[in-house]
Design a protein around this ligand. Structure first.
Ligand code: ZN
Length: 237
């Protein structure tokens, strides 16, 4: 490993610690719901894409589960039909920035990456998202303030399996990572795509959900959306 790689890794680790859940983010994050109610929420980032998001929507539909999708604005423009389908089927659509750029949120001024994605989503579903998840999970204090001023709630997580990896981690392994961490109020972060990819095949996330849902129900958990879990509005004017 050369010096440059070592330095980049060190910056990444420092950024994750300071700016991401569970400890970072300067108090703006909602990382879980009430620990007193046996409810959990599935969240899916970095889509939409085809056929991966469609496969996941099929799976959720068969299981009767509603989830929250944090969508990348550019991908929403590529696949408005998928976003419309998710919305029509009762899932919640949140904002995951326009281009999934980590840099945009680090800049001291700006906000187009937030506004443009909201515009793209509003064009499709006719509602303005009020939930935001920062790309890479990195949230600076000034980005937090920009989001607050615009009326967004910032949604983190307390469970984050390795389903973002390429090639895909097998579902059995994802399930084994998730199960021991599930608690009342948990927010599970998974991925229905890879950001800024028009077409993406992804099967293990859907397989993991298919395995987790009956287990969660046996354990007495309700599966709800983020607005239901946190008592927050999904959309605003
Ligand atoms: Zn992401």
């Amino acid at each position: 490993m050369n010096v440059r790689t070592t330095l980049t890794n060190a910056i990444d680790q420092m950024g994750n610690l300071l700016l991401s859940p569970p400890y970072g983010g300067f108090g703006y994050y909602h990382n879980y719901g009430p620990r007193t109610r046996r409810a959990v929420a599935f969240t899916f980032d970095d889509g939409p894409s085809k056929p991966s998001t469609e496969l996941l929507l099929d799976t959720l539909g068969e299981l009767g589960v509603k989830a929250t999708f944090f969508c990348v604005g550019l991908s929403v423009q590529w696949h408005p039909d998928v976003v419309q389908r998710a919305f029509t089927e009762g899932h919640v659509i949140g904002n995951h920035s326009m281009m999934h750029s980590r840099k945009a949120g680090l800049m001291l001024s700006g906000g187009d990456h937030i506004d443009a994605a909201t515009h793209a989503i509003t064009q499709v579903i006719g509602r303005r998202p009020r939930l935001y998840r920062p790309p890479w999970g990195w949230l600076t204090p000034w980005e937090g303030r920009r989001l607050q001023q615009r009326g967004y709630a910032v949604i983190g997580w307390d469970i984050y399996p390795d389903d973002w990896k390429v090639p895909e981690v097998p579902a059995e392994q994802l399930v084994a990572q998730i199960k021991p961490l599930v608690k009342p109020g948990s927010i599970i972060l998974m991925h229905d795509s890879v950001s800024n990819q028009i077409r993406w095949n992804k099967t293990e996330t859907a397989r993991a959900v298919r395995s987790l849902v009956p287990w969660l129900r046996d354990e007495g958990y309700e599966i709800v959306t983020i607005p239901e879990l946190l008592g927050l509005p999904a959309y605003g004017e």
